[in-house]
Design a protein around this ligand. Structure first.
Ligand code: PGA
Length: 253
């Protein structure tokens, strides 16, 4: 059984006091379920304090980005080993905001994925099409090239310790969610791309859906065969909303 992962991507939000409260409320209210893992991904400066906060609890910690390099003259960058050092288990790789605003190509994302895995972090690889791509019937092609670049660099074996997130760009922060059927179609396609190389790994890898997930639509999404949780932006900043999504996952288990 794959189990669910509900991941909060805090993006560039929060300050010490707010984070303390949010994480505290999540820890206090999280479901006690073997089939649901909860994760928060705060901004870099707060990783250490949040690591202390989640220590001894079942709440996992992750980062939102990382450098493809291990150390050295890379001013302003954060190495994979540093994330591991401060207590991260996961790292988001290739979020559409990084691809669109910070010029991360499929190849760059693949190198970051490789660096994360090599360091012992579990990468959460984000893929997804723009509205233009969808309307032009290019959704599958876009996903194939995003995923293909990573598969080519690291090989299928590395996906045994990775997570995927299907995040249609048109659904992120827009209030427009993909319907459960629309999302399921793409999730199934992603799993089939992996299955073409290794059936076992494909059936074990968790594929999250992201894009305007909230407490009301999570149930329908999580009920789909190939949807194994969510990557949550806006709704991860309010404990009640995030916990409602976690509860929706727990009710499937
Ligand atoms: P959203 O963001 O839930 O606010 O749409 C999701 C994401 O960007 O990961």
């Amino acid at each position: 059984m794959r189990g669910f992962l509900v991941a909060g991507n805090w993006k560039m939000n929060g300050r010490n006091a707010v984070n303390e409260q949010l994480a505290g409320e999540i820890i206090a209210g999280m479901p006690h379920s073997d089939s649901v893992e909860l994760l928060i991904c705060p901004p870099y400066p707060y990783l250490a304090s949040m690591a202390a906060k989640v220590d001894g609890t079942a709440l996992a910690l992750g980062a939102q980005n990382l450098s493809e390099f291990e150390s050295g003259a890379h001013t302003g960058e954060i190495a994979p080993g540093m994330l591991l050092d401060v207590g991260c288990k996961y790292v988001i790789v290739g979020h559409s905001e990084r691809r669109a605003m910070y010029g991360e190509s499929n190849e760059c994302v693949a190198r970051k994925f490789a660096a994360a895995s090599k360091a012992g972090l579990q990468p959460i690889l984000c893929v997804g099409e723009t509205l233009e791509d969808r309307e032009a019937g290019r959704t599958e092609k876009v996903i194939e090239s995003q995923l293909g670049a990573v598969l080519e660099l690291v090989g299928i074996e590395t996906f045994a310790t990775a997570v995927l997130a299907y995040e249609p760009v048109w659904a992120i922060g827009t209030g427009k969610t993909a319907s459960p059927d629309q999302a399921q179609d793409v999730h199934k396609h992603i799993r089939s791309i992996l299955a073409a190389q290794d059936d076992n790994i494909a059936s074990q890898v968790r594929i999250l859906y992201g894009g305007s997930v909230n407490g009301s639509n999570a149930d329908g999404l999580f009920a789909m065969t190939d949807i194994d949780g969510g990557l949550i932006g806006g709704a991860s900043l309010k404990s009640a909303d995030f916990l409602a999504i976690a509860a929706a996952a727990a009710s499937q288990g």
